[in-house]
Design a binder for this molecule. Sequence first.
Ligand code: FDA
Length: 307
Amino acid sequence: MLGPVILAASRSDRMRRFVSAAPGTKQVVARFIAGETVDQVVPVIEDAAAKGLEVTLDVVGEDITTREQAFAARDAYLELIDRLKGLELGTQAEMSVKLSMFGQSLEDGHELALANVRPVVEAAAEIGTTVTLDAEDHTTLDSMFAIHEELRKDFPQTGCVIQAYLFRTEEDARRLAANGSRVRIVKGAYKEPASVAYQDKAEIDKAYVRILRILLEGEGYPMIGSHDPRLIAVTQELARRAGRKLDEYEFQMLYGIRSEEHLRLAAEGHRMRVYTAYGTDWYGYFMRRLAEKPANLLFFVRSMITK
Ligand code: FDA
């Protein structure tokens, strides 16, 4: 029951101030956030590449309130891509973006987010890589899918994310699998009402498997975003049955979670991409990680007390 409470707190400014100032926070945040600056994240990318891992880079931030913040988000990604140029990693380092950080919820937000994300996608293409649009809460998804479709006209490799907990997702998966898209499937990390989303973990897992099947049997490139050992095993079996070779889909996991498993899957010959978040506006991202595993919250509280 703690998960929904933590997710509600992830949208509270008062909690943001409390958590950010709490003793011990930095130490716990560092488990999930690879650094605060581009300079700090570059060695993490190089280390991953040396281990045979790929990365998708997320400059943390969301729910911004001014157009200036949206432009700053765009510029932060452009700065990152400029630094990646020298590393010549191609698709080994791609980007994940949250459209809310690009202004999606402001006035004329759809157009603003599209105008801000396009130069990022263009710059990524220039260095031989691509961008994936993260999925946020369900009210933002029609706009996200429309932006995805628009970007794919010029940059067909642009990816998007779908969430197994939403009732709508099987239909989205069918459309995306038929049009050859890169699609990351995840369980879903936001607090969603029972009118739009499964609430029961077992129901979400069953939906995930149905969607996996659609994606693996389809024409697109599936990216399996999960740490769940059962879903990883199911993916391997369904991919084999669908006749997919190891480079025709990939696994993705979050930085700091099940790191040994990243290495195990890569050693088995799988493409393994680590979602690597960095930056200073880590609050929303961090709270979702706490909500996923109550033990993280205990660790966090303990670190505050022992400081
Ligand atoms: P589940 O939550 O059942 O976890 C399985 C096991 O993994 C746990 O038993 C535990 O061992 C470990 N684990 C999982 N989460 C952990 C945590 N926070 N701390 C410690 N251990 C943990 N969501 C979304 O709504 N939109 C998005 O765009 C994305 N993007 C995204 C990218 C990638 C690469 C991943 C892996 C995940 C996302 N997510 C996401 C988050 C996703 O929706 C989901 O909340 C988490 O992946 C947790 O679900 P699992 O599938 O890992 O299963």
